[in-house]
Design a protein around this ligand. Sequence first.
Ligand SMILES: [Zn+2]
Length: 232
Amino acid sequence: MAANTHLNIIDHPSPNFGDRPTDSQVDILVMHYTGMQSGQEAIDRLCDPASSVSSHYLIEEDGRIFRLVDEQKRAWHAGRGEWQKCVDVNSNSIGIEIVNPGHEFGYRPFPDIQIQSVIELCQGILGRHTIPASRIIAHSDMAPDRKEDPGELFPWQELAKQGIGLWPDIDPKEVRPDEEFEHLLDIIGYGENDAIKRCVAFQRHWRPRNISGVIDDECLLIAKALADASKR
Ligand SMILES: [Zn+2]
């Protein structure tokens, strides 16, 4: 299958862009959701000179792709933040706005047809620019203090399967339980059992407000205190 040849991109120019610094190169890709009631509302805002925001592309929920700013130009999508020491993300990135009302207006799953367009657009971008997988990020990755987009429903794993971004393949069975915690549970009195089940049981008794099955610092502290108390 010839990639991208059938990709139909609708030009919808935004005036909100500048030149990239001559020494900059495109090596970051930032995913956003629009976070507005409708796609049209988002397009209007991204093309309104008064808003001073834009992105290179916008992808509607029906899969249509709009080009707002040429990839060679510097769009205004990222704002304050940083990723891998880069503090001027706009100069070095391409920004894609993906239509979704977002957490404020009714966050909902991204339709398959929309994600298919995201994948095909990204594959094209990766063919034109050298962007390491570790630099394909969420807006919230570079600005965790002020952004949530594109959010937890964004199918990063699906994108990674298509060669876009990172998704580490971990086998939960290979996660080593914390040896100290296990030892403490032995002292407290737990018998041999599955490590996660032991942890859940421990939490159900002594840390009931958060039964996660995951050993955290609080669990460790409680277990230490219990083990000390158990020795007396
Ligand atoms: Zn954003």
